[in-house]
Design a protein around this ligand. Sequence first.
Ligand code: 3BY
Ligand code: FES
Ligand code: FE
Length: 403
Amino acid sequence: MDKNTAVLALIRQRKERHALPRALYSDPDVYRQDLEQIWHKEWIFAGHTFELEKPGQYLTLQIGDYPIAVVRGGDGQVRAFHNACRHRGSKVCTESSGKVAKLVCPYHKWTFDLDGKLLFAGNMGPEFNAADYGLKPAHCQVVNSYIYVCVADQAPDFTRFRDAVSPFITPHNLDDCKVAFESNLVERGNWKLVFENNRECYHCDGTHPELLNSFVENLSVAGVGGEEDPELVAHWNRCEAAGLPSRLVMDEAGQFRMTRIPLSAGAVSYTMDGKPAVAGRLDRSGEADIGALLYFNYPSTWNHFLGDHALSFRVLPQGPNETLVTTKWLVPKDAKEGIDYDIERLTKVWIATNDQDRRLVENSQAGVSSPAYEPGPYSSIAENGVCQFVDWYCATMTDRLAD
Ligand code: 3BY
Ligand code: FES
Ligand code: FE
């Protein structure tokens, strides 16, 4: 059996509404297929346009096998490049972010313009044609400040996602904000365990005391529906009347979903007392209590938008058992630290929550790696979201591996 067929067989082994078989969380051949069939093919969330305000600002990330640099050009355009020098392959941008006049490779100083063109290469002789050695571009799209990158030769359609997500985010003034704080957490667990854990709140009670000051453990919320929940429907109606798209939209293929949820009574933000963390508003509704807009886009991001701030989460696999989770706390651009917000108050809940989730993921990785592990059943009440994620993963992989 070749490796693709073996991975396909594992996916076909999965019992409906059950967790995945052990090898899918730990086997290096499966991880390779996850990269080739998903991470190297899909649009991956890289960062925000407001992190690259000025020409020459860049950020870097690793999408599976591909180091990527995202750069704001002299013409104001944001572009993604393969961060591999066209000489002997060195990374050109070696920091996680920075600002440069030109992109200079640290090895032999080949110098590229901000649009990727090779401007200078010393001692290459008269035959050398610099025009042949520009940095290779990767696909790059922006929707409401979210920069997405795709390393495939042919990127999948982006329009469907853009058209669906944009009306939800537009009223949140994302173009007018900044990163107040960023955390980078390496979780010793497979990327699928990270996303599965995010797609349920079955674990919230008993794990997330800080988050539960404002997050309601409404079992249908983290899931896939909502029309049957009168409180949720009332919240959608009130927010929509104030101009905020809120009603759940689920992608046909199950890859992305938006929905706006109410927080617990009296709470408007993810703080210890439920009160705002930031003076000033990110959204333009004029409503004090808009709850939280949630959006995920598999495989790389989930997000929360509140009235006073927003949180973006980026998931990047680093190995079969290792995942980088980057969290950014977004506040209005003109908000002043120490006056309009306090970093410790702003970040306390999700720093604690992320760390608690990290531990859950690491415990799961340890358990599912045991030869004695047997996939158990999902709760039909509290784990519909996890099931939805795993179904999307299995359907996507089956489709591509069976081709
Ligand atoms: O982490 C999330 O985005 C959601 C909200 C809290 C727990 N989880 C279901
Ligand atoms: Fe970049 Fe030589 S590898 S200049
Ligand atoms: Fe959690």
